[in-house]
Design a protein around this ligand. Structure first.
Ligand code: SF4
Length: 325
């Protein structure tokens, strides 16, 4: 793919200070995002997958400059937005939106849906009169599968799935081109998850949106992602077209994530690779390949010493593993 990306991060790092786990006092550096280069193409959904605490939500917020990077560059539509002041960022804000995991805590419980969506429209000057504002809100609700008359209700009067639809409508209100969907279905019942994933897929096609779709379950992003990036302890360890990731994962961690996910087809017999142990603390990451204490094929003297670089092993397929071929 040679299209210019709509959103891109280059060698991005985000560190926090955390209490040292070693003897003595002091603070250690927690590298939540550790040198990530990634881009999202126009009209693409890029799935970003990994266990809790791997840095994927932090990376999503960095894409939108909702958090400041420690180093590296952030581009939107070819423009370097890394050092822009908040006022210089304003024109970009409407073009880049976020959908949160927990729609309930991200909606003001004291505001009706009409007030919430109306506020988003007014902040960006997208409605010239009260009647135009109402019309736009009604159209937004219809677009996400809610009834226009529901605009007078409060968040607690909706189910979890409906609240996520309101969160999506709020993101769409300002006519964005790029949306970070941060675990948008993790808090929902399994029966509702597919509806929301399908809705996002439909909106992408209808509106030509680009998504960074964050999830901890590889199967959630399988049908909506053109490409998938897998993260482990702040780094991208595998990046490929969806079909390559699901049919022939090359990184042992991706293989383990696929093994751990419930198999949608009960007749399929797949080889299980179980992940041993917990994710190591990012305050004290293992030397070499940070996955080596859990990796079933780790080679002593290599994997515990040398950090594997992300390298190309096929068209559009990158892997950070010494032994991947
Ligand atoms: Fe496993 Fe070594 Fe590859 Fe890391 S570099 S994933 S430890 S084989």
């Amino acid at each position: 793919m040679s299209e210019s990306p709509i959103a891109r991060v280059e060698l991005l790092r985000k560190s926090f200070r955390g209490p040292s786990r070693g003897l003595g006092r002091g603070h250690a550096e927690l590298r939540a995002v550790d040198g990530v280069t990634l881009d999202v193409k126009p009209g693409e959904t890029l799935g970003l997958v990994g266990e809790s605490g791997c840095g994927k939500s932090t990376l999503g917020r960095l894409f939108l400059r909702l958090q400041e990077p420690t180093s590296g560059r952030i581009y939107f539509d070819g423009k370097d937005i890394t050092g822009l002041t908040q006022s210089a960022l304003r024109p970009f804000r409407a073009e880049m939106q976020i959908i949160f995991q927990d729609p309930y805590s991200s909606l003001n419980p004291r505001m009706t849906v009409e007030a919430t969506l109306g506020e988003a429209l007014r902040v960006h000057g997208l409605a010239r009169s009260a009647s135009e504002e109402r019309e736009r809100i009604a159209a937004l609700l219809a677009r996400v599968g809610l009834r226009p008359e529901q605009m007078r209700r409060y968040p607690h009067e909706f189910s979890g799935g409906q609240r996520q639809r309101i969160g999506i409508a709020r993101a769409l209100a300002v006519e964005p081109r790029f949306i970070v969907a941060d675990e948008p279905v993790s808090a929902l019942d399994v029966s509702i998850q597919a509806q929301i994933v399908n809705l996002l897929g439909d909106l992408q096609v209808e509106l030509g949106l680009s998504f960074l779709f964050i999830a901890h379950d590889l199967h959630v992003v399988e049908h909506v992602s053109r490409r998938v990036a897998v993260m482990y302890l702040g780094r991208v360890v595998e990046l490929a077209e969806s079909a390559q990731i699901y049919e022939r994962p090359r990184h042992p961690y991706t293989e383990a994530l696929l093994s751990a996910a419930p198999e949608p087809d009960p007749r399929a017999h797949k080889k299980r690779m179980l992940l041993e142990g917990d994710v190591p603390s990012p305050l004290d990451p293992p030397p070499g390949c940070t996955f080596h204490p859990r990796c079933p094929i780790a080679e002593k003297g290599l994997c515990d010493r040398e950090v594997p670089a992300l390298r190309t092993i096929g068209p559009g397929h990158e892997v950070a593993c010494h032994l991947a071929r």
